[in-house]
Design a protein around this ligand. Structure first.
Ligand code: GDD
Length: 316
């Protein structure tokens, strides 16, 4: 079985590569860009095939798909940070939508018989009313950021290519996920890194935050990548599945959990630059459809994920 991971050098991509290699029955390849940092996959490099490819360029993608001929594609590469999408909306839209259409077109052109998982997002739900939680796949999509719109487009493009051409696309709407290697801009890592730096005396004991009221449903990335495998092994092509823990924490509760692992005294200060033009207030997912289809359930408790994340930043 040959698997191709786009975005293999990234956070989820590197964990997925580790998981697939640990299974022993999958040959793993991945695409990266010239400017990609390789530190997350350095320890795996002799077990992987890495191919340089700019996914926005259809010619490069055609070469990648023609030569690799994968059985499974995990399409994780994306501009995935919500605030960046307000600063560079066109770049986010281009990057996330054009890359995916290039992959789909290459699979059609070379008639590759493969299954494709696409990383859609709970951000697509956007504005959610309290009575709509926990959110099911049938909830209306009311995106609140250019990033969310790019993910709605990816999601519907997956649906359309399945209906129009029979491409075996499985859409996963993943809620927030974190764990070791999470990029430092994302809230869990950002706070954990600040705590680690304050402990070392590199930073004054003031931790900067944005909106602490928002609620998010966090799953450990190591559980999420198992879900991606199951999505292709057992999920129905054309269908859509939430991947979530079913528990939501206010960002402040997440912060208090991280702080409970540290002995230093830390002040909290709101940095207005961290507030968004519109923030998604609550994301709390219902993943019972995916559980019924695949048997998947998250295994790593939230506190363990947070402890591992802080440990990761202390080691950097
Ligand atoms: N990044 C960041 N930094 N967020 C902060 C901060 C801060 O200092 N303080 C509060 N927050 C709040 C944000 O306003 C948001 O409500 C929440 O923390 C989570 O922010 P992020 O970690 O940046 O993630 P996100 O929820 O916007 O998006 C993530 O989850 C999506 C799935 O729901 C990303 O991983 C997306 O790529 C993913 O699709």
């Amino acid at each position: 079985m040959k698997a191709l991971i786009t975005g293999i050098t990234g956070f989820a991509g590197s964990h997925l590569a580790e998981y697939l290699l640990s299974r022993g029955d999958v040959e793993v390849s991945g695409s990266y860009r010239l400017r990609s940092r390789m530190d997350h996959i350095k320890h795996l490099s002799n077990q992987l095939t890495l191919v340089e490819c700019e996914l926005k360029d259809s010619h490069s993608v055609n070469q990648l798909i023609k030569e690799n001929r994968p059985d499974l594609i995990f399409h994780l590469a994306a501009q995935s940070f919500v605030p960046t999408s307000w600063n560079s909306p066109s770049d986010t839209l281009m990057n996330n939508t054009v890359s995916q259409v290039n992959i789909f077109e290459a699979v059609r052109k070379y008639e590759i018989d493969c299954k494709i998982q696409i990383a859609c997002s709970s951000e697509e739900y956007g504005l959610v009313y309290p009575e709509e939680t926990p959110i099911k796949e049938t909830n209306p999509l009311r995106p609140l950021s250019p990033y969310a719109v790019s993910k709605v487009t990816q999601d519907y493009m997956g649906y359309q290519y399945y209906q129009s051409y029979g491409l075996k696309v499985v859409r996963t709407r993943t809620f927030n996920h974190t764990g070791p290697r999470r990029g430092e801009s994302f809230v869990t890592s950002n706070f954990a890194k600040q705590i680690a730096q304050i402990e070392l005396g590199i930073m004054q004991p003031t931790l900067y935050v944005g909106n602490l009221e928002a609620k998010r449903d966090f799953t450990d990335v190591r559980d999420v990548v198992k879900a991606y495998w199951l999505a292709l092994e057992k999920g129905d092509p054309g269908d859509i599945y939430n991947i979530s823990s079913g528990k939501a924490f206010a960002i402040n509760e997440m912060l208090q959990t991280l702080l409970s692992f540290s002995d230093v005294k830390i002040d909290i200060e709101v940095d207005p630059e961290r507030l968004r033009p519109s923030d998604v207030e609550i994301l709390l997912g219902d993943s019972s459809k995916f559980h019924a289809k695949t048997g998947w359930a998250p295994e790593i408790p939230f506190e363990q994920t947070m402890a591992d994340l802080l440990h990761y930043w202390r080691e950097q």
